[in-house]
Design a protein around this ligand. Structure first.
Ligand code: GDP
Ligand code: GDP
Length: 436
């Protein structure tokens, strides 16, 4: 199910990133603990009262050479275009400013659900300082403190209340939903054309979902596919099209709706930071992934080039060693036919279920070779494990003392599970729960 998108906008220094980090909370560690993921995260997943949503801190979208007010307005416009709910954040210490008012007008006109948060309400006496924000005409200001965490629950309540109703599944279970994601000009549209070839294409305007999403459905060798948000690829020429973090925001929605994310990389340019953001988000969202190295026709090659490129991918994406790599040329069509079988494989692994008995055999062997961690003489004991979900495969390990589980031991178990069951192309999740 695609998650709704929430954007935080506001002047610099009001505390957007502080609150953002509080909202994504320990979720941050899912990816951040793993080497290779950059720390300047501006997007993540929040959970509150059983609703899960994507959240983006637009303050992290850098707009070069723009005056501050112009930047905030551009960020607000991006939010209006891409988000379902917008949080306008202001600062109780600084009070109401002209910029707040101008951005509020922009947001008000958008008719999007707006939540007004006033940060730095560090004590009750500051609550009085939130009243002047009623003047913005955006309803009740919610006083929060990024420093102490107070009011964040109220803010989350307001966000969740404004999230759109949960939408129906858009496609049948047996359709593989593929998102081609990558920076502008890596060759995504060319790849769509190369994949479709002479195929009769059904272009569906998915009503009621992403405002301007156009998906492309096709069938190959008896398997049905839908390429998610092919319209997003065609959308060009906007000021912010080349802004990396904006592209990430656009990509987030497509990723959320996909089963398999094909991360398209320009083989001629190599890997850059933005590719990592995108891939990291696919992992975070629990989607299957494949790397597509495009423009392989113009890469100067010898017999080692492919190997070197693959090694470079492995070095840059240490957190995604499970994702297979396909080298191709959308322009010449070379090896394009290799992509769909790899996508099928990733989709299959993504929805694979391992019987509990088999899983526990593997865990027992792993424990016998390398016993779980101890602390002050106490040893963690694994009682049993079971797969509780697919897409991605999610395994719960029941133990006597979850606090003794280490990231490194979890990683060890994951490696053993992968060695036994492969799971190529999909992330897997492991949770530890108490049960003695
Ligand atoms: P952003 O530019 O809007 O993302 O703001 P930051 O999150 O980077 O915060 C700007 C500054 O305000 C930092 O020095 C924070 O430590 C500080 N700050 C954030 N939240 C609070 C708060 O609730 N109270 C106080 N007193 N300071 C805060
Ligand atoms: P998008 O922005 O990611 O959708 O990229 P496009 O599909 O529009 O491609 C951008 C440019 O790269 C165009 O000029 C394409 O002709 C070119 N291009 C795309 N794929 C290839 C390829 O495999 N090889 C070469 N040499 N050029 C390519």
């Amino acid at each position: 199910m695609a998650r709704a998108v929430v954007a935080i906008v506001g002047r610099p220094n009001v505390g957007k990133s502080t609150i953002f980090n509080r909202i994504i909370g320990d979720r941050l560690s899912i990816v951040e603990d793993k080497p290779g993921v950059t720390r300047d995260r501006i997007y993540g997943v929040g959970d509150w009262n059983g609703r899960s949503f994507s959240i983006i801190d637009t303050g992290g979208i850098e707009l070069n050479d723009e005056q501050i007010l112009k930047s905030i307005k551009l960020q607000a416009e991006l939010a209006i275009e891409e988000a379902d709910v917008i949080v306008l954040m202001c600062d109780a210490k600084a009070g109401l400013t002209q910029s707040d008012t101008e951005v509020a007008e922009l947001l008000y006109r958008s008719k999007k659900p707006i939540v007004l948060a006033v940060n730095k309400v560090d004590n009750m006496s500051r609550m009085d300082d939130t009243y002047e924000f009623y003047n913005l005409g955006l309803g009740d200001p919610i006083g929060v403190s990024g420093a102490h965490g107070s009011g964040v629950g109220d803010l989350l309540d307001a966000i969740v209340e404004n999230l759109p109703e949960v939408e129906e599944e858009e496609y049948d279970e047996d359709v593989i939903r593929v998102a081609l994601i990558g920076r502008p000009n890596v060759g995504k549209s060319s790849l769509v054309n190369a994949l479709l070839g002479e195929q009769r294409v059904i272009v569906s305007d998915v009503a009621g979902t992403t405002r301007d999403a156009i998906d492309t459905e096709f069938e190959r060798d008896g398997q049905r596919y839908v390429l998610i948000d092919t319209a997003g690829m065609r959308k060009r020429g906007k000021v912010y099209e080349n802004l990396e973090k904006y592209s990430v925001m656009r990509a987030m929605r497509a990723i959320e709706r996909a089963d398999v994310v094909a991360v398209v990389i320009n083989g001629e340019e190599g890997i850059i930071e933005q590719d990592k953001h995108i891939a990291g988000y696919a992992l975070e969202a629990g989607k299957a992934s494949v790397f597509v190295v495009n423009k392989w026709d113009i890469v100067q090659k010898d017999d080692k080039t492919m190997q070197h490129f693959e090694k470079s991918i492995r070095d840059h994406f240490l957190f995604m060693t499970y994702a297979p790599v396909v080298f191709l040329s959308a322009l010449t069509g070379q090896r394009v036919q290799k992509l769909l079988p790899v996508v099928n494989q990733a989709a299959e692994q993504h929805s694979r279920r391992i019987p509990t008995g088999l899983l526990n055999d593997v865990i027992s062997d792993a424990v016998a070779i390398n016993p779980p961690p101890t602390d002050k003489g106490r040893r963690m004991r694994i009682n049993y494990a079971t797969q509780v979900a697919v897409k991605p495969p999610t395994i719960v390990v029941f133990v006597n003392a979850p606090e003794l589980m280490h990231f490194s031991y979890e990683r060890y178990l994951e490696n053993k599970i992968r060695a036994a069951f492969d799971f190529e192309g999909t992330p897997i999740r492991i949770f530890t729960r108490r049960k003695s």
